[in-house]
Design a protein around this ligand. Structure first.
Ligand code: NAD
Length: 494
């Protein structure tokens, strides 16, 4: 049944979000009683008081995670049992999708339409997909001679830490929790301080599904408190981080300064959207161009904010993209008619507005948008033309609704500009020539190249970044399992 704006408002009215930490199967306060507030960025309304976890709480969570890991109730459970429990989590998320989506929308300012898609469809699919892998992941037998039998065995890495961003809170939690639990790890998760509520509600559903106490722990807090304590913990075996490149660097240092834990990093981007001169500027291309930039209000690591358009097409492209972007409706994120919600915070809005001013100061032409004189933390999507590769808005990750269009004279020029960045997360290429598509895809140093449509792939395909967008780790696909598994050789002389 399709729900209306009034239905979502009614669900919101009944929510009683729980901001307590979830440690060893119980909701609890931080050891020192510390708290912070999380609020709705679209209205400023406080949604909940949240436990501010610090190193003592992370210690408690890790101790519980280690106890149950060593006991083997989850780590050495039959894979069929872990599969069954993860399938139950998927079912519980589906059953509670409307409530979770409303909570996510309130805590992030994301549109209810996006939240419903992410939480009604994607999140349960992640749990289902890794559930199905739990009893289908094999080791290997090495080709030895007759004097030995060599087994290459996969084992759960132990305690997995995860530190998450605010832009896709429950999706990011599921990206980490589902593969970690599927292989038998215990986990300690820190949601972003701006958006802790859905991860805490998920923890309750995970308990209801039958995951033993201590296997999943959620420690809300700030980066310099709970995040740093996870990074530096001597009994966490591997940490998976998604967030900015600046903080990703810290996790490498934390590892070096503590127990050399494994570090998986998924970080920022400045991704190109390339239209070659043989492409057709049709409705489909324009839709992908607009969505690649403005989906989630541009607060997306793979947002395609540098649009490099073949010079003969740039005028038509620019006019049509602006026309499409003008049709985006800003408004209450809970209204299913809203296309673009709120920026995550006042500080973030101010930072995005600084970029818009810098674009104007450096000589780019703002064709539309950029108005922030609206209630809440909203910014109208901005489109710039006459952007040159050296400008700040062409080089830095803005993480807000600011698109820069640049004409290019050739595919090689587009490639040169696209590659001239420290990031390497994503790229889109539009061309009707398969040889050119393959050439571009092979030449772009980034984790995902999307041809003739903007896509990040799906749960079956690995997601991560080259260069300073990521480490060698990947989320999603069978590749994600590597972040949570050890490889052991058992060499048996025969
Ligand atoms: P952020 O790096 O500020 O924060 C991410 C997480 O790190 C939060 O939980 C935060 O509390 C924690 N943190 C902050 N400072 C810390 C510290 N000193 N020590 C330990 N932990 C610390 O990022 P954000 O603002 O939440 O998210 C935006 C960034 O995330 C963007 O750069 C975006 O591109 C990136 N991102 C990447 C992906 C991806 O898969 N590659 C997905 C989503 C977001």
């Amino acid at each position: 049944m399709t729900l209306s704006y009034a239905d979502f408002q009614a669900i919101a009215g009944k929510l009683k979000p729980n901001g307590q930490a979830f440690i060893d199967g119980q909701f609890c306060d931080a050891a020192d009683g510390g708290k912070f507030e999380t609020s709705n960025p679209a209205t400023g309304e406080v949604l909940a008081t949240v436990a501010h976890c610090k190193s003592a709480d992370v210690d408690r969570a890790v101790a519980a995670a280690r106890r149950v890991f060593n006991a083997g109730t989850w780590s050495r459970a039959e894979p069929e049992h872990r599969k069954e429990v993860l399938l139950k989590i998927a079912a519980l998320v589906r059953e509670n999708a409307n409530e979770l989506a409303v909570l996510e929308s309130l805590d992030t300012g994301k549109t209810i339409t996006d939240c419903l898609h992410e939480i009604g469809a994607e999140v349960p699919n992640f749990f289902q997909w890794y559930a199905e892998l739990a009893d289908k992941t094999f080791g290997k037998i090495a080709p030895t001679g007759p004097s030995a039998l060599a087994l290459v065995v996969k084992e759960p890495a132990g305690i997995a830490g995860a530190v998450l961003p605010w832009n896709f809170p429950l999706v990011m939690a599921a990206w980490k929790i589902a593969p970690a639990l599927a292989v038998g790890c215990s986990a300690v998760i820190k949601p972003a301080e701006q958006t802790p509520l859905t991860a805490l509600r998920l923890a309750e559903l995970i308990r209801e599904a039958g995951v033993p106490d201590g296997v999943l722990n959620v420690v809300p807090g700030y980066g310099h408190t709970a995040g740093k304590a996870i990074g530096l913990h001597n009994d966490i075996d591997t940490v998976s981080f998604t967030g900015s490149t600046e903080v990703g660097r810290m996790f490498m240092r934390y590892s070096g300064d503590s127990n050399l834990k494994g570090v998986g990093l998924e970080m920022g981007g400045k991704s190109p959207f390339i239209v070659l001169d043989d492409a057709a500027i049709d409705d489909d291309l324009i839709e992908h161009a607009a969505m690649s930039a403005f989906w989630n209000g541009g607060q997306n690591c793979s947002a395609n904010m540098r649009q490099l358009i073949a010079a003969p097409l740039v005028e038509e492209f620019t006019a049509r993209v602006c026309e499409r972007v003008r049709a985006f409706k800003l408004g209450d994120p809970l209204d299913p008619g809203t296309d673009i919600g709120s920026m995550i915070s006042m500080d973030h809005k101010a930072m995005v507005m600084d970029y818009i001013r810098s674009g104007e100061d450096e000589g780019a032409t703002k064709l539309m948008g950029g108005n922030s004189d609206l209630p809440g933390h909203f910014i109208e999507p901005a489109v710039f033309q006459n952007v040159t590769p050296g400008m700040k808005i062409a080089r830095e990750e803005i993480f807000g609704p600011v698109l820069g269009i640049m004409p290019v004279q050739s595919a090689e020029e587009a490639l040169a500009i696209a590659c001239d960045t420290d990031y390497g997360l994503h790229a889109t290429v539009f061309t009707r020539d398969i040889d050119r598509a393959i050439h571009m895809a092979r030449s772009l140093p980034c984790g995902t190249v999307s041809v003739n449509g903007f896509s990040e792939g799906d749960i079956k395909t690995p997601f991560g970044g080259y260069k300073q967008s990521g480490s060698l780790a990947r989320d999603n696909g069978t590749e994600a399992l590597a972040q949570y598994m050890q490889t052991k050789t058992i060499w048996i002389s025969t």
